[in-house]
Write a protein that binds this ligand. Structure first.
Ligand code: IPM
Ligand code: MN
Length: 376
């Protein structure tokens, strides 16, 4: 008899709404384990402001070890307002995530942006422009201005951050972008500031060279200021956007406007040792503990996680369950849905739909609204 495969998942729930959205993703992973031949072993570890409170460090060594020994990491969110407005804070929750990326060599961050027909009205953009958007941002994640030398002068009157890239760093992330494009619409747009920055010129030269190995993929270039505008005006022109750390950070938040809610966008960070999966949204402390946060980005991150472990069918089952939920007009409050669900109810529903897809047929919205559906 075939043995059930065991996968170790490090779970870093983090701050704010991180724990509650991650809990829903775990419910969905458990449903995957019920239906498919896999067993998930979870190892919970602290990170972010919670970890600072407990240990003084935003990334305790035990957490890093747990991550190194995992097949994948499920990450919630980090950040706490008590650090945001204190420029003198010596430790910050964000340092935990940055150190994790660096230590695990998570060099490529993949952020897919798709729109859902039932949610188009939520975006402030014109429906015709965003209907059918399907793009992927591949952001370099362990280099550039985030990790270059930084400092402040003795008198505190000047400060600097250095943007540094090597060709090796560019090559490995470029390969990810070309490989992703191969399974999509076969187009890579390199977004940079090559009219001003030396590092951007190195990116262009390096990516052009690599492109020769992918003759089936079209490569074009765009300056980041123009890209910021084009992303809002004509987003459908993009397939895979390849860009540096800081530009990718900014453009991916911008791109979330296309989807109508930050609460829908997942991401994966691919590394040399393991991979990390997290919603792109932050810790949203104002909503923490109220059961109103949208867990779909966390749940869709779990879909990316199982796909990375080779379980494409399970990943598609999760995505179909999310899609189905939205099509039924069910969602958390920020989606202004016809049927408002709490964070944990969404988790229960999607987990049920994943465990038994035949429930989709029996899912009666009128019954759900009266809370007498068989599956709630
Ligand atoms: C992100 C976040 C992080 C970043 C912060 C929390 C350090 O904004 O993952 O996009 O800037 O990379
Ligand atoms: Mn960001």
């Amino acid at each position: 008899m075939k043995q059930t495969e065991k996968k170790k998942i490090a779970v870093l729930r983090g701050d704010g709404i991180g724990p509650e959205v991650t809990e829903q993703a775990i419910k969905v992973l458990d449903a995957v384990a019920d239906r498919f031949d896999v067993y998930f072993e979870y190892c919970y570890a602290t990170v972010g402001a919670k970890a600072i409170d407990l240990t003084g460090s935003p990334l305790p060594d035990t957490t890093l070890e747990a991550c190194k020994h995992s097949d994948a990491i499920l990450f919630g969110a980090i950040g706490d307002p008590k650090y945001d407005n204190d420029p003198n804070a010596k430790v910050r929750p964000e340092q935990g995530l940055l150190k994790l990326r660096k230590e695990l060599g998570l060099y490529a961050n993949i952020r897919p942006v798709t729109t859902y027909n039932t949610l188009l009205h939520l975006s402030p953009l014109k429906i015709d422009n965003i209907k059918g958007v399907d793009l992927l941002i591949v952001r370099e994640l362990t280099g550039g201005i985030y990790f270059g030398e930084k400092g402040k002068s003795k008198d505190g009157q000047s400060a600097y951050d250095t943007c540094l890239y090597s060709t090796d760093e560019i090559v490995r992330v470029a390969r990810i972008a070309f490989e992703q494009a191969r399974n999509r619409r076969k187009k890579v747009t390199l977004v940079d500031k090559a009219n001003v920055m030396e590092t951007s010129r190195l990116w262009r030269a390096t990516v052009k060279k690599i492109a020769r190995e992918y003759p089936d993929i079209e490569l074009d270039f765009m300056f980041v200021d123009n890209a910021a505008m084009q992303l809002i005006q004509y987003p459908k022109q993009f397939d895979v956007i390849l860009t540096s750390n800081m530009f990718g950070d900014i453009l991916s938040d911008e791109a979330s406007v296309l989807a109508g809610s930050m609460g829908l966008l997942p991401s994966s960070s691919i590394g040399m040792l393991t991979s990390l999966f997290e919603p792109i949204h932050g810790s949203y402390p104002q909503a923490a503990g109220q059961d109103i946060a949208n867990p779909m980005a966390a749940i869709l991150s779990a879909a990316m996680l199982v796909e990375s472990l080779g379980m494409l069918e399970a990943a598609n089952a999760i995505r179909a369950a999310v899609q189905h939920t939205l099509e039924k007009g069910i969602g958390t409050p920020e989606l202004k849905p016809s049927i408002v669900y709490g964070c944990s109810q969404i988790g229960d529903l999607i987990a049920h739909l994943v465990a038994d897809p035949s429930e989709q047929i029996t899912l009666k919205t009128d019954k759900i609204s009266e809370n007498i559906s068989t599956i709630i």
